[in-house]
Design a protein around this ligand. Structure first.
Ligand code: ADP
Ligand code: ASP
Ligand code: MG
Length: 407
């Protein structure tokens, strides 16, 4: 069996008309002889609508109940797509995570897929069915429904492609592929024909929501052939590749920004071994992902330092509680948080061989009087924390500075 996995995002299934178009596209591939496994998201806006219902009751709804509710969005769209395919004379069956055998851990609202039991899917494919699997959801060992984090349907698709040894995984969305920056922020952004897994991983985890970052991790780990395409046209998309001579020619491949982060400053901490370990183990035990970390002290002999880090804004209330408890134990003076920040990053494997990217990036921001609050680097990216109000401007200026409009 030549299995092809396709995923259609929220806008792509946002109306009955769109669902009918998606069904036609699936049939084209089915008629080419592929065994089709399709993942879909909830119809555009539905997940937000559902979350908002719960938040009208309490700002921090229980995770288990939230997942129970929010997973219904995908169940509506899979059934509608199956009904659309039936109406066109094709055999199709929709499956939720339980039926499709998608097992996760029990970390509600950001669960991780552990294994997929593909038996039932294979059986349905052998019966000539087009199999439509609910994106974004899983079940834990106690059959509780979990979800994979916002944008998680991409990860469902890639995990299915890996488990089924599919020939390819195609992610259909509302833009032509992966761009040099979010086309909603930079009008001149250019679609990339290809990008490496490593660059895509940085871009996705630093705000380019065109792919869920876990989906790129899966693709890289299991060698899934991954392509991002537009469901609204037949333009060629972006292929995610292992290595690319083409990309190495460019110093920078993409600019991205993340606006759903918050910064936490712990002020006047005793400068002692074990303090950072205590803070970050406590956060990790509570399933809080920390993105950037910086530590600074006035001078080596002061015995005092400050630690700052960023977390997802969603996690901030939980983090504040944890830090309030830790403050006394650690003997810190204060914990200050700010929501009003963004992380802006430049990413490119070309940076490995081209020095001076950081200097160029910081000069551009400095010239615009944009203050840099934190910096973090890897071999292929430089990220800065700045005030959120300057984020779009910074992305636009950096896009121009690194001549990404000429890619
Ligand atoms: P879907 O519902 O199909 O999953 P998303 O809204 O999650 O779609 O992701 C697609 C959106 O990602 C695009 O509309 C675009 O605005 C945004 N985006 C952010 N950064 C990038 C980028 N570098 N390339 C392409 N799209 C990007
Ligand atoms: N429907 C979910 C969300 O809006 C998952 C997804 O679209 O990938 O985040
Ligand atoms: Mg998405």
């Amino acid at each position: 069996m030549n299995i092809l996995v396709q995923k259609y995002g929220g806008t792509s299934v946002g109306s009955i008309e769109r669902i009918m178009n998606v069904a036609k596209r699936i049939i084209e591939y089915k008629n080419q002889g592929y065994a089709m496994v399709v993942t879909v998201s909830a119809m555009a806006g539905e997940t937000d609508r559902l979350i908002n219902l719960a938040k009208q009751i309490t700002p921090q709804p229980d995770g288990r109940e939230l997942d129970m509710m929010v997973s219904t969005g995908e169940q509506v769209s899979i059934a509608l797509l199956a009904i659309a395919l039936h109406s066109m004379g094709y055999k199709a069956i929709s499956m939720n995570a339980y039926q499709a055998g998608i097992y996760t851990d029990s970390v509600y609202t950001k669960a991780k897929i552990g294994k997929i039991n593909t038996e039932r899917i294979i059986k349905e494919l052998e019966n000539d069915n087009i199999v439509i699997v609910a994106g974004f959801q899983g079940i834990d060992d106690n059959y509780n429904i979990t979800t994979l984090g916002r944008g998680g349907s991409d990860t469902t698709a890639v995990a299915l492609a890996a488990a089924l040894k599919a020939v390819k995984c195609e992610i259909y969305t509302d833009v032509d592929g992966v761009y040099t920056a979010d086309p909603r922020i930079v009008k001149e952004a250019k679609k990339l024909d290809e990008i490496t897994y490593d660059e895509m991983l940085e871009l996705a985890s630093l705000g380019a929501k065109v792919l869920h970052s876990r989906s790129v991790e899966f693709a890289k780990k299991y060698d899934v052939v991954l392509e991002v395409k537009n469901s609204f046209n037949n333009n060629s998309g972006t292929i995610i590749v292992k290595e690319s001579k083409k990309m190495e020619k460019f110093v920078v491949s993409g600019i991205t920004c993340k606006k759903d982060e918050a910064k936490v400053n712990i002020i006047n901490l005793p400068d002692r071994p074990g303090i950072a370990a205590r803070i970050f183990s406590e956060l990790s035990n509570n399933n809080i992902n920390v993105n950037m970390i910086a530590q600074s002290s006035l001078d080596d002999n002061s015995g005092i330092n400050n630690i700052s880090f960023t977390v997802s804004r969603e996690d901030l209330p939980k983090v504040v509680k944890i830090m309030e408890n830790l403050k006394k134990e650690l003997g810190a003076k204060d914990v200050i948080t700010s929501n009003n920040i963004a992380i802006v990053s430049v990413v490119g494997i070309g940076m490995k061989t081209n020095p001076g990217v950081a200097a160029r990036m910081f000069s551009i921001l400095g010239n615009e009087k944009i203050n840099i609050e934190m910096i973090s680097t890897s071999e292929i990216k430089i990220s800065v924390v700045i005030k959120e109000e300057f984020a779009n401007k910074a992305v636009q200026l950096l896009h121009k500075e690194f001549e990404l409009d000429k890619v």
